[in-house]
Design a protein around this ligand. Sequence first.
Ligand code: AHR
Length: 621
Amino acid sequence: TLTVDSTGRGATIDRTMYGVFFEDINRAADGGLYAELVQNRSFEYDPADNASYTGMTSWAPTGGAGTAQVVDDEARLNERNRRYLRMDLRGGEYGIANSGYNSGIRVEAGKLYDFSVWARAESLPLTVSVTDPAGQPLTDMLRLQVRGDRWAKYTGTVRARSSSTTGRLTLKASGTGTLRLDMVSLFPRDTFKNRPNGMRADLAGKIAALKPGFVRFPGGCLVNTGSHYGYTAPDWERKRSYQWKDTIGPVEQRATNANFWGYNQSYGIGYYEYFQFAEDIGAMPLPVVPALVTGCGQNRATDDPALLQRHIQDTLDLIEFANGPATSTWGRKRAEMGHPAPFNLTHVGVGNEENLPNEFFARFTEFRKAIEARYPGITVISNSGPDDTGATFDRLWELNRGANVAMVDEHYYNSPQWFLQNNQRYDSYDRNGPKVFLGEYASQDNRFYNALTEAAYMTGLERNADVVKLASYAPLLANTDYVQWRPDMIWFNNHTSWGSTSYETQKLFMTNVGDHVVPSKASATPTTVAPIAGAIGLSTWATSASYDDVNVTAANGSSLFTDDFSGNDSRWTKSGRGSWAVSNGAYVQSDQAAENTMVTAGDPAWSNYDLSVKATKLAGR
Ligand code: AHR
């Protein structure tokens, strides 16, 4: 029975409560949200980014009399965009073709595509078109004449004659001489809001349709890159930490970088584009800067006071870039990029998932002091590490609470059972302590059931909207051909995109944000969960239980998985707070009140079956 107190008034729900978290993971930016169709446009791919890369990744000569070579020499375009393609022509026609992302470059009949390239040569004709893999034209041909052995930008537009998802951007020169090319670019004219250097309309449109209250960016572990690779590398060097100043200004002057997630990132979507996008979709921008401690598979803290001060100054400069007058040093840069008005930044996250609580908090405190002194109106967000519980989590919360931090970023990725069993998580949070920013969470799969458990959980967030002020599912985007992390909210390839069931849950909540909670009570809350495909719960227990002989059987009766717990428990993982062990040929689970869950490591093929689980509870234990 559900009892609703229709005249009562629970917590006020902020309009910004539900937002999105964009991280460049799963090729979410280049080959994803960033509408650029050319992969490795500035020939900067390098084995240091990914062992499979060369400077010619995604490029191939089309044949003819000549050579094409990626070089890094004094003739470079600029100090941060150091490599370029040198083509030596020996008479006749010679060219190169780019295969874009996924199966190729997508063009749609009748649509316009804007081409640009930086080039230099004494004088050489250059033709540009999109062809199919066999070289047959899919678009009109653009004819350019490169004149002058100084770098200059050449531009033009082609119209698609037919549609394809396997196009190749083909550039051909003819004659004799040297042609240098860099920043070879092709954008669909129809970007989101028709912005130049813009975003893919379908993906940005799907995010906009959520009507998110905020956009957290750019990571995630992405902002911790420096902890892995060093914070001190020169600004053109690969494997440098993600630093916002690298990502603004003319795109041809932005260095590319080794992405934390194992690929090259162009920074074509940089801080200006993030702020602009947030404004375009009516969301609050919420950047996260590195705190020089990590997290994310490493436990390292950078001990360099000068470096720390530089990063703190960079954060102050970031706030000036977002909010300062167009006459200020960094506000001027924003104005020069096309946005004289401020972006109204109100929140900044410092750090992501730090595993060294004391080291992190010492550095966080320095950031906080400097930011609050200069910009008292800015909310500085701390975090509670990578887990929903545990010693690091507890210590970080203790430090955050003790210092009266305004808001703490929590992250967790758990089983669907966990989400059902933890609906009350925030009921007991201190109403006078730091507020919660649930910056990353997901139920671990992309099935309907996961979305349902997320929806159930979100009712608990909403009921506690006086404590949980912001919440975002993670990750947001995944290119089906380059997946590092799943589940994800929106999936795409080079020509189409679709929302997961979790997308629909998020949309339901984000597009229906209430003004306040209406108090309600259920007379019983289900605490056990029926086993489902891919996640098998032994869900009936009292305080402590032992199980033996787990048999997982498909609907047709065939046996998929058995375990008699004769000693090897490596097939099982657990989530939750309780403890478990294999003892005397039985699986023994204790501390049930703290909601433990066990799941098998999972066999994807099981998703094809209706599963049933049978566990024998041992008598007398
Ligand atoms: O969302 C994917 C990753 O999960 C994020 O980069 C990190 O913060 C978390 O561990």
